[in-house]
Structure formats: C-alpha cells, structure tokens
Design a binder for this molecule. Structure first.
Ligand SMILES: [Ca+2]
Ligand SMILES: [Ca+2]
Ligand SMILES: [Ca+2]
Ligand SMILES: [Ca+2]
Length: 304
C-alpha cells in the first residue's frame, strides 16, 4: 500500500476520533420501565430491599444500580419524598408546591410517563413521537431564551429545526486535544512523507494538534505550522477527509466514524471505533499494513 495513503489514513483517523457519540438521549430516561402502581409499595422499602425488588432500575443510565438510582426512583414515585427534596419547585408558577408540580416534574424527567400523557406530541413534525420530542418538550423554551438559540440552518428563523441541529451536536461542541498516546511496535517503524517521523515520537506532533467542533458539527483541525511542514502535502488531504466524515452510533457504548478520501487516484475508506470516557473518547488502532500489527492508542480529551 502506498505510504502516502497509509499516512493519510492514520492522520485522518486521528482527526476524526473526537467526533464521538451522537446519542442525545437524556441519560437513563429510556431505561425506565416505570410502574407507578407497584411503586406505591416499593417506595416504602429501604435501599437494599428496593435493589432486590423488580422495581430496581438504573435510572441515570450509568450502568450500575445504586443509592443514586434509588433517590431518583423515590423522587418520581413518592410524592412526599419529592416534596421534601430540593427538586420540589413551583413548576407552574402558581406560588405553591403541590401534586401538580410533581406531575410536571414527572413529565420532564420520565420519558415514558410523558409518552403516556396527553402532553406527548410530535413537536418536530417528523411523524413520530419519540425521545426527541420529549427533549424538545423539556428543553426547547430554555434553549430558545438562551444565547445558544441561533439560526443554525440559516433559513431566517430560529425554531425547532435549529434546536434539533443544536441537539445533534451540542455534546461535541468544544475544543479537543490528544493525550495518552501509546505505541506498541518496532521502534524502527516511521511515517515517511516529506518528513520522517518515528511512531515512537509521534506524540510530540499529535499533542500540538487541536480539534474544534462547532455548533453545526463542523470539525476544524488546527495543525501548527511546524507540524504542517513536517507532514507536508498530507496536511491538505487530512482537511479534505475530515470534511466528509459521518458518525453513527452502533450501540450505547460504541460509535463508528466513517470517511473516505482519494489519494493518488485511489479511493480509501476508513472506519474507526470509539469508546466514550469521562472527558472525551479513547481509541486504539491496529496498523495492519505492517506484518506484525503494531498498535497505537490514545485519548481525545475536551479542553474547554
Ligand atoms: Ca445508575
Ligand atoms: Ca405550583
Ligand atoms: Ca417527532
Ligand atoms: Ca433556522
């Protein structure tokens, strides 16, 4: 395989990694199989008994069932518990906190409760009622009155269409850097282009690259002049490739990024698998173009 293609693929992969997950679900909401009738009895239980009951759920979607889930469960299912908590607010502005406010709390925090209520409607006009409509129900007004409310699709109006674009990209917006680079393979392997960079030394260059994601999902890769000189003609190809990437979630834990780029008249496709971390993503990449399959791994962290 042509060295330029290999190098391009590698660099494109680096610059794509940060795009990460596209899932905008409110965490945990869709996990709730709430049953308010059985809840009347189980809200009287302590944490351990609840955890062993059929009502035990991972309410916040962090893949464990613990005291925090029990608290969230009680807030939704036990009016007295909610009323005594910091979550008890006058949601409808009638200057008292009562059952009506608790129902509003449920509508906002429990997708299935909202879905079964007369509040559920197709707010984005895509002919289905789903989590996106619930998210619009919960957050649209706040967004509309915030500085984030911009005409993102540039059609002259600020409306639900713009909010959907905002939802699609909001969790990526920001600036990222590459850290924790680890290379496992021969110390003699190197990128050879206009310059010459050993994989063992690649971190020096990677750590200087910053990647910015805008509110409409544009990816801007900033490569300092010195690094651009070292990469030579590859720099421009990287930019072309990052403009063509697509992102799709294939499981709650895994996101796939695909792109393609033409190098020396050869169309090359790339697929990269990303795992989310607390502050970004982590990925590893097997360089199959060497017989002994050296690997690189690194993290992409958000810096603002
Ligand atoms: Ca949990
Ligand atoms: Ca009220
Ligand atoms: Ca809809
Ligand atoms: Ca618009």
């Amino acid at each position: 395989m042509n060295k330029k293609i290999l190098l391009t693929g590698f660099m494109v992969m680096l610059s794509m990694v940060i795009m990460g997950c596209e899932n905008m679900n409110i965490s945990g909401i869709d996990d709730i199989s709430d049953n308010l009738i059985s809840a009347i009895t189980t809200t009287e239980l302590g944490l351990d008994a609840w955890r062993n009951s059929d009502d035990a759920l991972d309410m916040n979607g962090d893949r464990k069932i613990d005291a925090l889930d029990y608290q969230l469960y009680l807030l939704e299912n036990n009016y007295g518990y909610w009323k005594d908590s910091e979550e008890a607010l006058d949601m409808n502005g009638d200057r008292k906190i009562d059952e009506t406010d608790h129902i509003l709390f449920l509508l906002y925090n429990n997708y299935l409760y909202w879905f079964d209520s007369d509040q559920a409607e197709d707010l984005n006009d895509d002919q289905i009622i789903d989590e996106t409509d619930h998210e619009i129900f919960v957050y649209y007004d706040t967004w509309f009155n915030s500085s984030d409310a911009l005409d993102l699709n540039e059609d002259g109006d600020v409306d639900v269409e713009d909010y959907e674009i905002f939802l699609q990209y909001q969790e990526y917006i920001g600036e990222y850097q590459i850290t924790n680079y680890v290379y496992e393979g021969s110390e003699y392997y190197a990128l050879e282009e206009d310059g010459f960079i050993f994989f063992t030394d690649l971190d020096t260059y990677l750590y200087q690259i910053t990647i910015e994601v805008t509110s409409i999902g544009e990816v801007i890769v900033n490569i300092p002049d010195g690094v651009q000189e070292t990469l030579g003609s590859i720099t421009e190809i990287i930019m072309v490739a990052t403009n063509q990437m697509t992102i799709s979630r294939i499981s709650p834990l895994l996101t796939v990024i695909d792109t393609e780029v033409t190098v020396n008249d050869v169309l090359v496709n790339f697929t990269l698998y990303l795992e989310e971390t607390d502050n970004g993503f982590t990925t590893s990449y097997v360089m199959g173009f060497y017989g002994d399959n050296p690997t690189i791994a690194f993290d992409i962290v958000k810096v603002d």
